[in-house]
Design a protein around this ligand. Structure first.
Ligand SMILES: [Zn+2]
Length: 270
């Protein structure tokens, strides 16, 4: 994994960011959601290697007591790293939900979008990687691991989706619109807001787009917010330091991690 530049919007944080966020939350609250409890979850991807940014991210979620789903790349995790991650996070099962994020986070496609579990590989190879990943994480993490899968780059092919349930996975977490439109036997708790891997044309439109994504998903009642801590700069941390307490104060949604949704048998995203 190479260090990537922060997305354009994180170069300039508007001075009125808190007002804009509160306005966005007010607008979302005014949208009617029929008898549906609004859900917000955060999913941090590419977890496995402890470091200062990861510690800082975890510290924010601990401070505000906001649950976080952590997507761990199996090949990156070792026993010492897992011990360190646990020291950083602590043992609070209400706050942390850990799931499998691919196997090595490698792209196997020679053209088109990046995929680790894409059409250029035989299904048997993909199943082997799924199994290796799950076994490695289970061995290291024991009961902390959720039987749930997030494909790298949020996408995998249809045949991979087709074997997940038989392989013991009980939930998927992709990105809204990123996976093939097939009916799944397991719920897909998809993210629909991307904080750090954005491709906006400039910072101004980036902020507009981000608030529109937040307002839309909160308004519809299911908001999954994706985090990539390796890409976070000071502005990105400063924004989370505003977003988390404002969401906590906002009285219209429940903040959870994926394990809670799985336990409750929460219906898949719309
Ligand atoms: Zn990833």
């Amino acid at each position: 994994m190479t260090k990537k530049e922060p997305a354009l919007l994180w170069r300039v944080m508007p001075a009125d960011i808190r007002e804009r966020l509160v306005h966005c939350l007010d607008a979302a609250a005014s949208e009617t959601v029929d008898d549906v409890e609004r859900i917000v979850f955060f999913r941090a991807d590419d977890v496995g290697v402890p470091g200062p940014r990861f510690s800082r991210l975890v510290h924010l979620f601990r401070t505000y007591r906001v649950p976080l789903t952590l997507a761990v790349v199996p090949a990156w995790l070792t026993e010492p790293r897992w011990q360190r991650l646990r020291e950083i996070c602590g043992n609070d099962r209400v706050l942390w939900g850990w799931l499998q994020h691919g196997w090595r986070h490698l792209n196997h496609e020679s053209r088109g979008k990046k995929q680790e579990f894409g059409p250029s590989r035989p299904l048997s190879d993909k199943q082997k990687d799924l199994r290796l990943g799950f076994q490695r994480l289970s061995r290291l993490m024991g009961g902390h691991l959720l039987p749930a899968f997030t494909p790298p780059w949020n996408r995998c092919d249809q045949e991979t989706l087709g074997v997940l349930q038989n392989m013991g996975y009980k939930a998927l977490s992709s990105s809204q619109g990123a996976r093939p439109a097939v009916t799944l036997a397991i719920p897909d708790y998809a993210v629909n807001v991307d904080l750090h891997c954005r491709k906006d044309k400039d910072a101004t439109s980036g902020w507009q787009n981000l608030f529109e994504e937040l307002r839309g998903s909160l308004g519809r009642g299911f908001c999954g917010i994706m985090i990539h801590h390796q890409r976070m700069n000071e502005e990105a941390f400063a924004f989370l330091n505003i977003l988390l307490p404002e969401l906590k104060r906002w009285d219209h949604a429940r903040l959870v991690h994926l394990g809670t949704l799985m336990e409750e048998g929460f219906e898949s995203t719309p």
